[in-house]
Design a protein around this ligand. Structure first.
Ligand code: ACO
Ligand code: OAA
Length: 371
């Protein structure tokens, strides 16, 4: 048996949801550049779930379904109030809360196609409410109920701050959601598929995926990028800081990718948004620092930025707490996870690879008193 470390290059599933071919990302055959420029997040969610773009009435129906299902059970909100708040990362709170949601869904164990589609809607609708409610509860504030007349992106920003967001904020956040929605067989999506391939339920698949997304080598990198920018503090400090890290073989968060070689096509959209929003907020220093970091890392290591690099300064400019960046990634990616879970159920086979055993050879059991 030969081992492929990290399953690099291994093709482990067939999918009709998204593809990365020659550094081009498509959702159901639509180029990400086209979608980022033209599509709303709700359209993308419909596309991933139904493998086609919605007609106007279908989009209106989905928007209504999402708005109607955003409220979460009071028991789940009350549970947040019992957490040792200073020690709880919002990704851990979200992971726990999604697991708890299953307890209040009468159809959680119903494996029919109809019930599974409704679960996807429930999850997509409720994640923004969970993330924003947790953020408020830990600040001693009451959660804000969603407004059914707001779109998905606007509702998130509204529930977070209590203020109605302006058009620029809504457009930027919506685009960020579009860009993060799906990405072929990334680690969290693979995790979700492995979980539900045992014919476990959709909530379990999403809880597993949240655990995988949380790590700094995957979705957790966006929070780490902001931590790095904060530590660096000024444009003058960038060269010394980054060069020292590279010399010591410390990874620069937000750079590199397992699949892309020339570059992540999503990064340029986020770079553009970062420039616009940081300038608007009078914090263009963050953008300038990011550009200089990119010059050094790309120049020295030939590692282009990934989706997590410029999203950090974008979310910061939207006044979002830094440890909510990864939960926001989940709010978008749950669309991809649920699409992949539905695809896995539709043509399921248990995912069970082999391991190359490298431990000791056959040993004779020694009774405990003789060891
Ligand atoms: C949404 C997402 O998940 S996008 C990815 C988000 N993650 C990050 O931004 C974390 C930083 N990046 C990384 O850790 C990696 O580039 C990964 C995990 C994304 C992909 O990496 P892999 O394909 O596993 O490559 P691997 O980690 O083996 O690195 C290969 C070489 O490139 C180097 N390298 C890779 N990424 C980086 C980086 N960000 N900074 C510096 N060096 C890096 C490694 O040190 C290694 O060097 P070596 O061969 O001299 O030991
Ligand atoms: O595909 C990957 O390995 C990671 C990634 O960029 C994503 O999940 O968006």
């Amino acid at each position: 048996m030969t081992t492929t470390r990290g399953l690099e290059g291994v093709v482990a599933a067939e999918t009709a949801i998204s593809s990365i071919i020659d550094d081009t990302l498509t959702y159901v055959g639509y180029n990400i550049d086209d979608l980022a420029t033209n599509a709303s997040f709700e359209e993308v969610v419909y596309l991933l779930w139904h493998k086609r773009l919605p007609k106007a009435d279908e989009l209106a129906e989905l928007k209504q379904q999402l708005a109607d299902n955003m409220a979460v059970p009071q028991e789940v909100l009350n549970h947040f109030k019992t957490y040792p708040i200073n020690n709880v990362h919002p990704m851990s709170a979200l992971r726990t809360a999604v697991s708890m949601l299953a307890l209040y869904d009468d159809a959680a164990e119903d494996m029919s196609d109809e019930a599974n589609y409704l679960k996807a809607i429930q999850l997509q609708a409720k994640l923004p409410t969970l993330v924003t409610a947790f953020s408020r509860v830990r600040k001693g504030l009451e959660p804000i109920a969603p407004k059914t007349d707001l779109g998905y992106a606007a509702n998130f920003l509204y529930m977070l701050s209590g203020d109605l967001p302006d058009d620029i904020e809504i457009e930027a956040f919506d685009k960020a959601l579009v860009l993060h929605a799906d990405h072929e067989l990334n680690a969290s999506t693979f995790t979700a598929r492995v979980c539900v391939a045992t014919l476990s339920d959709m909530y379990s698949g999403v809880v597993a995926a949240l655990g995988a997304l949380k790590g700094p080598l995957h979705g957790g990198a966006n929070e780490q990028v902001m931590k790095m920018l904060t530590e660096i503090g000024s444009l003058e400090n960038v060269d010394k800081y980054i060069n020292e890290k590279l010399e010591n073989k410390v990874k620069i968060m937000g750079f590199g990718h397992r699949v892309y070689r020339k570059g992540d096509p999503r990064a340029k959209h986020l770079r553009e948004m970062s420039k616009k929003l940081t300038t608007l907020r009078g914090e263009s220093k963050l953008y300038d620092m990011s550009v200089r970091i990119e010059e050094i890392v790309t120049g020295q290591k030939n590692l282009p930025p990934n989706v997590d690099f410029y999203s950090a300064s974008v979310y910061h400019s939207l006044n979002i707490d830094h440890d909510l960046f990864t939960p926001i990634f989940a709010v978008s990616r749950v669309s991809g996870w649920t699409a992949h879970i539905l695809e896995q159920y539709a043509n399921n086979r248990l995912i069970r690879p082999r391991a190359d055993y490298v431990g000791p050879g056959l040993q004779t059991y020694i009774p405990i008193e003789e060891r």
